[in-house]
Design a protein around this ligand. Structure first.
Ligand SMILES: Nc1ncnc2c1ncn2[C@@H]1O[C@H](COP(=O)(O)OP(=O)(O)O)[C@@H](O)[C@H]1O
Ligand SMILES: [Mg+2]
Length: 253
């Protein structure tokens, strides 16, 4: 896998983590302290589940990773500090798939939607369209190019939103509660898709079965900090989250 090798250190030097976060704090304008000192690391090839109750800071955390929100502390992505001069590059390295796919889909056709990012990066329309087609093929939506995103099912919308990110050729995928609007077959199909994608992944989820199926490690957020980090089973057992699905785990916000 090219992206893995790119980050392995030469001659035994320690590899540069894909993401390294230290002491991240974030406060919203209304005074809400959403992150109170988060430390986190993502290595090449990893898939990490972000667990924790509603309102514990997971979404705020992922929005800081590509500079959509900007708190105090340090964040490095592929060795680059998440700061204004680096944001354009960093946003190509980290693809963020929002919880609500509709907020990500806004063009009249699926193809135009997925081609939007590459076009925006300065690719020619032909190149962007072929990138988009390839990404749609990857997510199993290659036949839907001329459909209206608006008319797709929730699972199809999620796939198209993921294609829009893949078209930018990111090294890291971040998905915020991707199973929320999906029925059980849609969730299974998403597991299959994510497992076949080579990128390192961060997946925010309340669905522990889903987390177990895709992630090698989990961290647990509580009140704006990560209070535990370990194998998914160990973390879900420790916090009594075993067997939780999207439907029955919510509190606190
Ligand atoms: N736009 C906002 N303005 C003010 N407070 C917010 C905003 N978004 C989230 N919060 C608050 O920040 C905290 C963390 O929220 P969030 O990151 O959305 O948690 P999670 O994704 O774990 O549910 C919560 O207390 C939430 O109410
Ligand atoms: Mg959230």
């Amino acid at each position: 896998m090219g992206s893995t090798e790119a980050h392995a250190g030469a001659l035994g030097a320690p590899p540069v983590p894909l993401i390294e976060v230290r002491g991240l704090k974030y406060r919203y304008d209304d005074g809400t302290a959403a992150l109170n000192g988060v430390d986190f690391r993502l290595d090449a090839g990893e898939t990490v589940a972000l667990l924790g109750p509603n309102g514990s800071g997971k979404t705020t955390f992922v929005l800081n990773l590509n500079g959509l929100l900007s708190g105090n502390g340090s964040i490095h992505v592929c060795g680059m500090s998440v700061e204004k001069p680096n944001l354009a590059v960093i946003r190509r390295k980290i693809g963020l798939v929002f919880q609500d796919s509709e907020s990500q889909l806004f063009m009249p056709t699926v193809l135009e939607d997925v081609a939007f990012g590459p076009l925006n990066q300065g690719m020619s329309p032909g190149e962007a369209a072929s990138r988009a087609q390839k990404a749609l093929d990857t997510v199993g939506m290659g036949a839907a190019v001329s459909r209206a995103p608006y008319h797709l099912s929730a699972g199809e919308k999620k796939r198209v939103a993921i294609a829009g990110i893949l078209a930018m050729d990111p090294e890291i995928l971040v998905l915020d509660e991707p199973t929320t609007f999906l029925d059980p077959p849609g969730q299974t199909a998403l597991v299959d898709l994510l497992r076949q994608l080579p990128q390192a992944k961060i997946v925010v989820t309340h669905n522990t079965r889903f987390a177990r199926a895709i992630a090698g490690r989990a961290v647990f957020f509580e009140r704006g900090t990560i209070i535990a980090n370990g194998p998914v089973d160990e973390i879900t057992n420790r916090f009594g989250w075993s067997g939780a699905s999207d439907a029955n785990k919510s509190s606190q916000s």
